[in-house]
Design a binder for this molecule. Sequence first.
Ligand SMILES: NC(=O)c1ccc[n+]([C@@H]2O[C@H](COP(=O)([O-])OP(=O)(O)OC[C@H]3O[C@@H](n4cnc5c(N)ncnc54)[C@H](OP(=O)(O)O)[C@@H]3O)[C@@H](O)[C@H]2O)c1
Length: 93
Amino acid sequence: MGSISDNKSGGAYAYRMSKAALNMMSKSLAVDLQREGIISVVINSGWVKTDMGGASAPTPVEESVAAILGEIDRATLDDSGEFLNWKGNRYPW
Ligand SMILES: NC(=O)c1ccc[n+]([C@@H]2O[C@H](COP(=O)([O-])OP(=O)(O)OC[C@H]3O[C@@H](n4cnc5c(N)ncnc54)[C@H](OP(=O)(O)O)[C@@H]3O)[C@@H](O)[C@H]2O)c1
């Protein structure tokens, strides 16, 4: 929802705008904090069975969170400023 390149379905204006703004914040943090060795990435959780995601979501919270923690553990400075998903792929901005 926050990727401009991946927006094929339109709609959700406010939600998409809020996520795109977070993406920009993460990218600037990556630039500003690189010299201090601090990594900043955006990680998409997938569609998760939460109050927001609803009962139709395919991914249990525990599975998404475990995968996100794995991505955080694996992230290096080379990843900083990137847009990752919970399965380890990168998204286009
Ligand atoms: N679920 C998905 O499939 C999915 C996919 C991609 C991204 N995300 C993102 O992941 C994040 C968490 O979503 P979720 O699925 O975990 O949603 P959720 O189950 O609806 O939980 C939302 C959380 O935000 C808190 N919250 C809402 N309004 C708030 C406010 N004004 N001030 C402080 N806290 C507030 C709620 O607190 P209370 O419990 O106290 O109300 C709740 O803990 C969101 O940014 C969402 O956009 C979710």
